[in-house]
Design a protein around this ligand. Structure first.
Ligand code: NAD
Length: 301
């Protein structure tokens, strides 16, 4: 058996088409604002990509590139100004921030209504309580990828490896919301394979190249590899990337996301969709700071 490859680019393109369509229905062009501090090359390339994708789908996009030495107070003042500006639909602060800045304080300073990264504690709470909010881009993008390829989720046993606040935990909440049975395992879980072998849907976000071997996968499972690990440099000078899942898992799984070209493109596409969602909610008066009633919270038992 050789697994079906769940390529990210077509699924990301479909999400971007939908974002463009919905943005065009709004009274004003949604605007994404990204704040970046310093010259970290990885941050710079992520921000450039976000900016480019936003412009490609017709969104407004502004990058605020600040010096590394910017103080926490100066950064907070810029965030407050952008929070108050009705033209700004989505706002994110690119991580990591320099050591003299308290990231938790800064992430909480972003208005939950504009928090397109979905990291604000208000949005985390809304995600777990099942009420509308903005969800973190990588996990929400994974859900969009599964939907695009019609991979079943409801009633499936989803095993997530990794419990980070940006991938593993929010992914667990989103999969529960789609009626999966969810197991979350991590660095302190003994006998990882005894859990991963039970998965109909195995989602791996650890950051260790080829951690998941074919023996750890149930035949016929769908496998989502979130890991991006730099494992060398190719002859053309580009970074060689490997996922957290060994390529031989192709022979066991029914479906597998490649690395690169799997989950990666979904993250940026979902960021664009989150910006449109934030703009839609603001226009409909459903922003959290406003008083219009929210749709009822679905209670899942
Ligand atoms: P993290 O370091 O914050 O968390 C890693 C998690 O893996 C931890 O919860 C830890 O408990 C768990 N872990 C570590 N060693 C383990 C082991 N031996 N067995 C089981 N669990 C173990 O990482 P993160 O930010 O969640 O990122 C994980 C990977 O996903 C990284 O490679 C990162 O580059 C990648 N990533 C990709 C995207 C994307 O857009 N494709 C987005 C975010 C992260």
């Amino acid at each position: 058996m050789s697994a079906r490859l769940l390529a990210g680019p077509p699924a990301a393109a479909a999400l971007l088409v939908e974002a463009r369509r919905r943005a065009a229905l709004l009274g004003r062009v949604p605007e994404l604002h990204v704040i970046r501090l310093g010259d970290d090359p990885a941050s710079l390339s992520y921000v450039t990509l976000k900016n480019r994708r936003a412009q490609e789908v017709g969104l407004g996009s502004t990058v605020h590139a600040l010096p590394e030495a910017t103080s926490q107070a100066e950064l907070a003042a810029l965030i407050a100004r952008l929070n108050a500006d009705p033209a700004v639909s989505g706002l994110l602060v690119q991580l990591p921030l320099p050591g003299h800045i308290d990231s938790a304080v800064i992430l909480e300073a972003v208005s939950p209504d504009k928090d397109v990264d979905g990291f604000h504690p208000v949005n985390v709470g809304r995600l777990w309580s099942g009420s509308p909010g903005l969800s973190p881009c990588t996990p929400a993008g994974i859900l969009a990828l599964l939907e695009y390829y019609q991979i079943p989720v409801s009633g499936q046993h989803a095993v997530i490896v990794g419990r980070s606040t940006i991938v593993g935990k929010p992914l667990a909440a989103l999969l529960l919301g789609r009626d999966a049975t969810v197991t979350l395992v991590h660095s302190r879980t003994p006998d990882l394979g005894s859990f991963t072998r039970q998965a109909d849907l195995l989602l791996v976000a650890v950051g260790r190249p080829h951690l998941i071997s074919p023996e750890m996968v149930k035949p016929g499972a769908a496998v989502v590899d979130v890991g991006i690990n730099r494992v060398g440099v190719s002859s053309s000078g580009k970074a060689k990337l490997a996922g957290d899942v060994h390529p031989d898992v192709m022979e066991v799984a029914a479906a597998l996301t490649p690395v690169p070209g799997g989950v990666g493109p979904m993250t940026v596409a979902q960021l664009i969709m989150n910006t449109v969602l934030a703009a839609e909610r603001m226009q409909a008066g459903q922003a959290i700071g406003q008083t219009i009633e929210q749709p009822g919270t679905a209670v899942q038992r």
